[in-house]
Ligand binder design. Sequence first.
Ligand code: HAM
Length: 421
Amino acid sequence: MAPATFQALRGTRDILSPDSERHRALVDVFAEQARLAGYGHIMSPIFEELGVFQRLGDSTDVVSKEMYAFEDRDGSMIALRPELTASVVRAFVQHRPDSLPWKAWYEGPQFRHEKPQAGRYRQFSQVGIEVLGSDDPFIDVEVIALGWRFYEALGMSQVSLLLNSLGDATCRPPYHEALETYLRDRFDDLSEQSQATLEKNPLRVLDSKRREDAAIIADAPLMVDHLSPETAEHFAVVRAGLEALEIPYEISPRLVRGLDYYTRTTFEFASTALENAQNAVGGGGRYDGLAESLGGKPTPGIGFALGVDRILLACDAEDVFAAPTTAPDVFIVDLTGGTEALALADQLRQAGIAADRGFDGRSMRAQMKVADRSAAPWAVLVGEDEVAAGTVTIRDMHGDTGQVSVPRADLAATLKNRLHR
Ligand code: HAM
């Protein structure tokens, strides 16, 4: 009986070249934006103690329904990270960096047991930043601007920035109460799901997309109308900062976001080139209470995460940020059957020239076909005559300069010259 074959699990994908190169190129663009703004790279573990993520709030789907949590071999409960903010704040509390604000950027896979569909996966990738130790509203602006400039750097232009303030520890509780009273008065008209959500967190009802809830949500009291004078002022400075940088935004007073830790400034980046359901290409905000809830000193924090998979879908829709070329600079065609191609490829690679070659002692015709398919702009041909003369033949695969014979010792320099012309 033939052995069973396997496929990648539902909601997970193999990302093969050249898509994988495009993914890496995107991370490189992000890393550069982060470096320019003074962020250090953080690499934290993919799994953590379950408790780290439980601090994100159990009224959120991410924690209560979607977490890959399991018992480790020693009986302790651990989870694959569903997001990175909790891990980064855990790392901040653990290492207590002494220079504040502490700015970190990251990239990597996250895991959520969601219903897979286009743009929604169980393993997906994010790039993001977190800043701990400052509540200067200009940090909020800097963070949002970094995301905005990153999309621009990719060539995206169909992105909108949705902005809200979720209040703070002084103004949120009375607003919560007002909202809860309002919703309880209309309890029977709410959808069953929203009735259940109301018990856990009234604010999350505003996130409901159910038709039954639409009218009630439309008239619900809004946090932006209940901000304390300090929070309203903070929000005003954030808006003024965005205006100073000419970054357009839309106030979105019902923007709640899918995690419970947010306070004050919250935002989402939506791609208007994508279908509504999965058009959030990034989101973030302040989480001024998270460090404390993870056992640290009270420390304000803000950051965002952007979904790499979705951004690439949006780039496809906008026809920007194409996959980088994976063609080698040169393809070596060896007719000697000896070690010529081996030595030439090694020599060229050491000189920084991307060189590929044929294998399995194929005919010249067959090797030229592979050379063609590789899309290399140059082929290097070596046969017995060339070996005897100490030369190789360089053939222009795409242009019309034909082929020339060059001394073997000059090969790397000649190719470099031609490649950079
Ligand atoms: P989030 O909104 O849950 O926020 O995720 C950020 C982005 O990750 C989303 O806008 C989306 O682009 C992408 N994303 C989320 N779930 C999936 C999925 N199942 N498949 C594909 N892409 C997905 C956070 O994760 C927060 N940690 C952001 C943050 C950082 N807030 C403050 N600092």
